[in-house]
Design a protein around this ligand. Structure first.
Ligand code: NAD
Length: 453
């Protein structure tokens, strides 16, 4: 018995009926999403607090407001985004009408992760609905409180003939992926990304893969250590470090490290107090499995800040590691926790070589008072996104595409990029039936005369 067959059949039929195509229908779905956020704010905050000990501030800025902004932007621009895009023409098509039509793919699947379980479900959903698709959302089973709200409450705000939430872990998702979708949007780790892409390949289904990796953070000797420490500590510890774009490790000289470590200590104490475990502003690790993995990483190099952990509370203290070797486990895998290793480099060139020897990251950060240094890092490396002199502020701009490159992913979204991601860009040329005398010049037999044209 296939648990998904009936749902998928229902959504397919709804898509074929054409009801998702009119702007009014899309508009109503987006307004439904907006109401869902407004009317269930407290429920969502509670679920996020239960799943990740997310503070009200973090829940607001990184889950609720950010999703609301995406909805508002789509509502304001929907009709403009939907318009056919006129394109330039050549001599042979001067009398025709040529344009790109953004049409929905059909039935799309969104697979979301646990670390921003609301934002990373609703963000892609806004694009998919705005583009006129029918959608199956499969939230992460790990963030189970948020999953419950998404499964039980969200569908009430949307047209259920066109939208469904399905539940399950790896095994169920594997079965779901046996079905043919018209587009798959996956956010998660690169290993699972490969499973998703392999399944999609069987049906030649296009995919967006929003993956993770290790995001380097270069700190130049020419900078103010306290300012850098504030920014790096804040973005490393946000959501207890469980952010795909968090600065994963610092590259700096031993001299800068000597200034940065006390500055990081000062920032962490100011943010979370002398006992960060009792701070309401520091999140917890999502599960025992991730807790054990992170605790294992604490033995890499030498702990100079933090290092404490509490299994019962899934707590890992904000931690800084020095004397870390490139071959240490903490430098082999995405950390995804509040642990910051510092790796020493002797020069900017060495830092750039270090970055370029590794997989292309989702985000890259460079801190320096010299714009030349920041621009050199930007020019000589590659990453999904880049931010000079701060953490992941670039992703707050809906005017920038958000996505990875190489092993950090393919495709992108946010703002209009989301709408375009979930739309097939159909190449259209409309020619009038007449004027055959002019067009007859194309037909054989070809003579030297028509070759000159
Ligand atoms: P994950 O890959 O384990 O899970 C993501 C989704 O895939 C979930 O819905 C899960 O149920 C499903 N899944 C898990 N294993 C599966 C399998 N074997 N077969 C089929 N489906 C499976 O990711 P996660 O642990 O939830 O999230 C953390 C990862 O996601 C990190 O690597 C992080 O960097 C990445 N991430 C990336 C972004 C981004 O925007 N690029 C954002 C957040 C998280």
């Amino acid at each position: 018995m296939d648990p998904f067959a009936d749902t998928l059949q229902r959504l397919r039929e709804a898509f074929v009926s054409g009801r998702t195509r009119p702007a009014e229908f899309r508009d109503a779905q987006l307004k439904g999403l907006s109401r869902f956020l407004r009317e269930n704010k407290q429920l969502l905050q509670e679920a996020l607090a239960q799943d990740l000990h997310k503070s009200a501030f973090e829940a607001e800025v990184s889950e609720i407001s950010i999703s609301q902004n995406e909805i508002n932007l789509a509502l304001r621009n929907l009709r403009t985004w939907m318009k056919d895009e006129k394109v330039s023409k050549n001599l042979a098509t001067q009398l025709d009408s040529a344009f790109i039509r953004k049409e929905p793919f059909g039935l799309v699947l969104i697979l979301s992760p646990w670390n921003y379980p609301l934002n990373l479900s609703l963000g892609p959903l806004v694009g998919a609905l705005a583009a006129g698709n029918c959608v199956v959302l499969k939230p992460s089973e790990i963030s189970k409180n948020t999953e419950k709200v998404l499964a039980e409450v969200l569908p009430r705000y949307l047209d259920q003939s066109c939208f469904a939430v399905v539940l399950g872990g790896p095994q169920e998702t594997g079965r779901l992926l046996e079905h043919k979708f018209d587009y798959i949007f996956f956010t998660g780790n690169p290993q699972v990304g490969k499973i998703v892409m392999t399944a999609a390949a069987k049906h030649l289904t296009p995919v967006t893969l929003e993956l993770g990796g290790k995001n380097p953070c270069y700190v130049d000797d020419n900078c103010d250590p306290q300012t850098v420490a504030n920014r790096v500590a804040f973005f490393r510890c946000f959501n207890a470090g469980q952010t795909c774009v968090a600065p994963d490790y610092v590259l700096c000289s031993p001299e800068m490290q000597a200034q940065l470590v006390p500055a990081l200590q000062s920032a962490i104490t100011r943010f979370y107090g002398d006992d960060p475990q009792s701070s309401p502003n520091l999140g917890r690790i999502i599960s025992q499995k991730h807790f054990q993995r992170l605790r294992g990483l604490l033995s890499c190099g030498r702990v100079v800040i933090g290092g404490q952990s509490d299994e019962c509370d899934l707590y890992i203290a904000p931690t800084v590691l020095v004397d870390v070797q490139e071959t240490d486990p903490v430098m082999q895998e995405e950390i995804f926790g509040p642990i910051l290793p510092i790796v020493n480099v002797r020069s900017l060139g060495q830092a750039i070589d270090f970055i370029n020897r590794r997989e292309k990251p989702l985000a890259l950060y460079a801190f320096s008072n010299s714009s030349q240094v920041v621009k050199r890092v930007l020019a000589q490396t590659s990453s999904g996104g880049f931010c000079g002199n701060d953490g992941f502020m670039h992703l707050t701009l809906a005017s920038l595409p958000f996505g990875g490159v190489g092993s950090s992913g393919m495709g992108n979204y946010h703002g209009k990029f989301s709408f375009d991601t979930f739309s097939h860009h159909r190449a259209c040329l409309l020619r009038r039936p007449g004027l055959e005398k002019i067009y007859a010049i194309r037909y054989p037999p070809h003579t030297p005369r028509n070759l000159r044209v």
